[in-house]
Ligand binder design. Structure first.
Ligand SMILES: NC(=O)c1ccc[n+]([C@@H]2O[C@H](COP(=O)([O-])OP(=O)(O)OC[C@H]3O[C@@H](n4cnc5c(N)ncnc54)[C@H](OP(=O)(O)O)[C@@H]3O)[C@@H](O)[C@H]2O)c1
Length: 271
């Protein structure tokens, strides 16, 4: 990363909260020099002040990239500051939920290369997954630059059209919370079967983390991994008959949950 266009022409990070600082930490670790980064944030953390990035508020004329990581409701206030960088060579990348490419184009100009990204919270430990989509002015090279930057916090997938970002939000954006709730309810169910709270939570967390790691590491599909641990008439089969029930189990529950999130994402984009 030290010899990229970002290193030579600079990167402006607008908003350095949870997501912004996770990404910045990843870039610095990957070798991006601190003096290639300008950060705009009203209350820099001690960690941020210690990184050596520029916090003076004076920004370069035409940085390679502006990465927008403020809350969606702060966008109207924060973006006009960067308007002069629009319609040029500066690539804008936004991780803000619900803010469309068209909304950015309206503020920055239609010729501005813009990439919209939807990350998720495991980014905080570099285990996130981010989906990206570009506007008409974003070239394959711009998408490649966005991918390289976002890989600092995990995997990156490309989606062919912006409409799919709502589905991504329903699956991976909001998904970590579904898994956290699964851990909570698995632990509670263990308590109901006689375990103490601490042991039940330890078992539930390690089971979800271990099964997730196995699903990632294995060459077999999650379906096959499930079949492998389900002996006929055994304990797993007894539980799966409940969970896999077409109308009351995971199939319908998950479909409804993901649809609710995707629908809400569509609504937010239209507000
Ligand atoms: N966290 C996630 O997993 C996740 C997932 C997908 C998408 N996102 C998106 O990522 C964005 C950031 O989320 P987050 O969780 O990192 O939020 P956050 O922790 O609140 O970070 C936002 C940062 O922006 C700063 N800020 C506020 N107004 C500003 C302004 N006018 N100019 C520059 N900086 C400003 C905030 O400072 P103060 O705190 O002092 O106000 C804060 O440090 C959001 O748009 C969200 O939709 C987050």
């Amino acid at each position: 990363m030290h010899d990229s266009r970002v290193a030579t022409e600079g990167l402006v990070l607008l908003g350095c909260g949870k997501m912004g600082s996770a990404m910045l930490a990843g870039w610095l670790e990957a070798g991006l020099p601190a003096n290639s980064v300008w950060v705009v944030d009203p209350n820099p953390s001690d960690w941020l002040s210690g990184t050596g990035v520029d916090l003076s508020g004076t920004l370069p004329e035409a940085p390679a990239v502006v990465l927008v990581a403020v809350k969606p409701q702060m966008m109207a206030q924060a973006l006009p500051l960067l308007k002069r960088m629009g319609n040029g060579d500066t690539l804008f990348i936004s991780v803000a939920a619900g803010i469309t490419l068209a909304a950015f184009e309206q503020i920055l100009g239609e010729q501005t290369p813009i990439v919209r990204a939807m990350p998720n919270t495991p980014a905080a430990i570099s285990r996130g997954i981010t989906a990206i989509v570009g506007n008409g002015a974003a070239s394959a090279q711009h998408l490649g630059e966005a991918e390289a930057l976002l890989q600092a916090v995990g995997e990156v997938v490309h989606v062919p059209d912006e409409g799919q970002i709502d589905a991504v939000t329903g699956v991976s954006g909001s998904g970590p919370a579904y898994v956290f709730h699964m851990i909570e309810t698995l632990a509670q169910a263990g308590q109901a079967q006689g375990l103490d709270a601490e042991t039940a939570m330890r078992l539930a967390k390690a089971t979800v983390a271990g099964a997730g790691a196995l699903a990632m590491a294995s060459e077999e599909t999650p379906e096959q991994l499930r079949i492998n641990v389900t002996s006929p008439n055994g304990t797993t089969q007894a539980a799966l008959e409940v969970l896999m029930d077409e109308s009351t189990g995971f199939p319908s529950l998950m479909a409804r949950a993901v649809k609710a999130a995707a629908d809400r994402s569509r609504e937010l984009a239209n507000e």
